[in-house]
Design a protein around this ligand. Structure first.
Ligand code: ZN
Ligand code: ZN
Length: 171
């Protein structure tokens, strides 16, 4: 998608309370292995892409922020906890997995490799299975109903039920 020949990207948190749009070119995409990025993402490393040269708009809600150091604030959805931003004086980076189409944003560099967890490089060699490969051991998968916000902008979220009630997003 583009606007005036500028690329446009969208994304947001898992519950849909926070949504963003980026107009313009993204900066370098990276993963950071540092201990702070592990903690902030709850993950082995944090994938981020700089939007400092683009225009970032919060189109629904805004992240809550935690100041993780004197130089950096980390933004996340206060309702569902999805990590969303890394904010420093030289600009903002967004979590790649929060974009609606993260497959377009391939990392080109790793940072913080002194803190890389010892098993990360072995992950691609692990045995792999598709989600539904063993539905007998997780029978709820057969009739799973997703409450995750879809990978596109919506006029209203969560959707209203036919009787006018809204799904309780606090549960
Ligand atoms: Zn959320
Ligand atoms: Zn880091």
């Amino acid at each position: 998608m583009s606007l005036d020949n500028r690329p446009v990207y969208s994304g947001g948190c898992q519950c849909g309370a926070v949504r963003f749009r980026v107009e313009g070119a993204l900066g370098d995409a990276s993963i950071c292995h540092c201990r702070m990025c592990q903690k902030a993402s709850g993950n082995f490393y944090q994938p981020l892409v700089s939007v400092r040269r683009a225009k970032l708009l919060w189109t629904r809600g805004e992240p809550k922020r935690f100041r993780s150091s004197n130089a950096v604030w980390r933004g996340f959805c206060a309702d569902c906890g999805t990590p969303l931003t890394f904010e420093a004086s030289d600009g903002i980076a967004l979590a790649i997995g929060a974009f609606d189409h993260p497959a377009e944003i391939a990392p080109v560099i790793q940072w913080g490799i002194e803190a890389k967890l010892p098993y990360v490089d072995a992950i691609p060699a692990l045995p792999g299975e598709e989600t539904m490969a063993d539905v007998s051991s997780a029978p709820y998968l057969a009739d799973l109903v997703s409450y995750q916000h879809p990978d596109y902008d919506t006029d209203q979220w969560p959707p209203e039920f036919a009787d006018g009630s809204k799904r309780d997003s606090t549960k």
